[in-house]
Write a protein that binds this ligand. Structure first.
Ligand code: SF4
Length: 100
């Protein structure tokens, strides 16, 4: 979360470039809502993971998820059997250099 927040605030060009290349859509698996902590806004009472604040206010670190493959690797620790709905094309074109 802190890495994504830092990237969003201090390296917005990288985030924009990554989002422009990103493909797919969120399939609402809820894995990113449980990275490092169980977000209090997360609920899945009706069996479908959701954010109570979706459409009102979501922190940039949530709104921009996933920024890059490192985020995908992190969320795969939570939900290894179901891939994130987002991905990046493997077309051999150069990618923005991932910040540390
Ligand atoms: S991990 Fe990916 S598919 Fe799952 S809720 Fe987050 S953005 Fe959506």
């Amino acid at each position: 979360m802190f890495r994504r927040l830092r990237l969003t605030l201090f390296q917005p060009g990288y985030v924009r470039a990554q989002r422009a290349l990103r493909q797919g859509e969120c399939i609402r698996c809820g894995a990113c809502c449980q990275l490092g902590w169980h977000c209090p806004r997360f609920h899945d009472g009706d069996g479908l993971p959701a954010c109570r604040f979706y459409g009102r206010f979501r922190p940039p670190s949530c709104h921009n998820f996933p920024i890059d493959q490192r985020d995908i690797a992190d969320r795969n620790l939570i939900c290894p059997d179901q891939p994130c709905g987002y991905s990046w094309p493997d077309d051999g074109k150069p990618r923005p250099k991932a910040p540390r």
